[in-house]
Ligand binder design. Structure first.
Ligand code: 13P
Ligand code: SF4
Length: 328
């Protein structure tokens, strides 16, 4: 994957290139300063698998939403620098009200999380009074506060199976809702009509075109993809699940039906294997907003901070605690 030219600072000349991802002289200096400040501030850097390679390389932990939420809940650090999107930083704030949670670019949102508002969820709840609300972690803290359970892509099936109610309002991803409904018996899933534009945009034809070029490849897909794309998949996994699946598989080549940032952690986890995006490379612009210079600035200024108001936090906490309790 070529380096995306979306930095907010000018690019310095390239000084070396290791496994195809460039290391820039300026970036090395910024990274060193970040590491110094991180020690001074007693901070931890958590990075999602879709982040830019240089941001992932700096992370104390790189993972999927579930892994990142777990790390945030466990850490002793006083400051959490969240290299991801807003709902992830909010989840960290729900678990850690006394820590400073930083989101280096406050505009890094998740359009899918914004497709459900708490007042709408309450209204649907009134229509289905016997139903439980399971909300994907890709929701606002306000929505979590009116939900019974929270889940991530890696434990959505287990969470829904663990719910006593037979009717479940699943918010906001209709594709993940359909994926869960096909795997859980005895429950009626009432899906919200939300979606991730990045995964919704991956078409069957995009995947087939990549498969024509790499006919021996296995397809790894994220459950936010459409049902039609999931039907082509050999593996359906959360982002960290993809690392395990690619390493365990006997296949040498893979088409990735997910955001292209995954190419980097996969190439590190399974160095002898080859990974290809679908015909049109899927990119989440929000995930690319975090840069080294923004991380440095946020550690210098301890801003922008994401802090969930206490009244919302205490109501959202049980749902996110259940999310962690379901899977060890
Ligand atoms: P994961 O929890 O699988 O990392 O997914 C997060 C996400 O936003 C996918 O688009
Ligand atoms: Fe949200 Fe989709 Fe980006 Fe994930 S890839 S953060 S679901 S917009």
């Amino acid at each position: 994957m070529p380096r995306q030219n979306m930095e907010d600072n000018a690019m310095a000349p390239m000084t070396s290139s290791g496994n195809g991802w460039e290391i820039l002289a300026d970036e090395r200096e910024i990274a060193e300063r970040i590491l110094e400040l991180k020690r001074e501030r007693n901070a931890i850097i958590l990075a999602h698998n879709y982040q830019r390679p240089e941001v992932q390389d700096l992370g104390d932990f790189v993972g999927d939403s579930l892994g990142l939420a777990r790390k945030a809940a466990e850490t002793d650090a006083e400051v959490i620098v969240f290299c991801g999107v807003h709902f992830m930083a909010e989840t960290a704030s729900i678990f850690c009200p006394h820590k400073t949670v930083l989101l280096p670019d406050i505009n890094a949102g998740c359009p899918m999380a914004d497709m459900a508002a708490a007042r709408e969820v309450k209204r649907v709840r009134e229509r289905y009074p016997r139903a439980a609300v399971v909300s994907y972690v890709n929701t606002t803290a306000e929505v979590k506060a009116v939900s019974d359970y929270c889940c991530t892509s890696s434990n959505a099936v287990e969470v829904v199976r663990s719910v006593e109610a037979e009717e479940i309002i699943f918010v906001p991803d209709r594709n993940l809702a359909a994926y869960v409904a096909e795997r859980v018996e005895g429950k009626r899933i009432i899906p919200w009509n939300g979606f991730c534009h990045v995964h919704q945009g991956i078409s069957v034809e995009d995947v087939l075109e990549a498969l024509r070029e790499h006919p021996d490849a296995e397809v790894i897909a994220h459950p936010e993809c459409t049902r039609e794309v999931l039907r082509l998949a050999h593996h359906i996994e959360s982002t960290s699940g993809m690392l395990r699946a690619a390493s365990a598989s006997a296949a040498r080549e893979f088409i990735l039906a997910t955001e292209a940032g995954m190419l980097y952690p996969l190439s590190k986890a399974a160095p002898g294997k080859r990974f290809y995006p679908p015909a049109r490379e899927p990119l989440c612009p929000n995930m690319k907003l975090t840069t080294l210079s923004k991380i440095l600035r946020s550690l210098e200024t301890l801003a922008p901070e994401v802090k969930v108001p206490e009244g919302i936090r205490v109501r959202a906490l049980p749902a996110v605690e259940r999310m962690l309790a379901v899977t060890a």
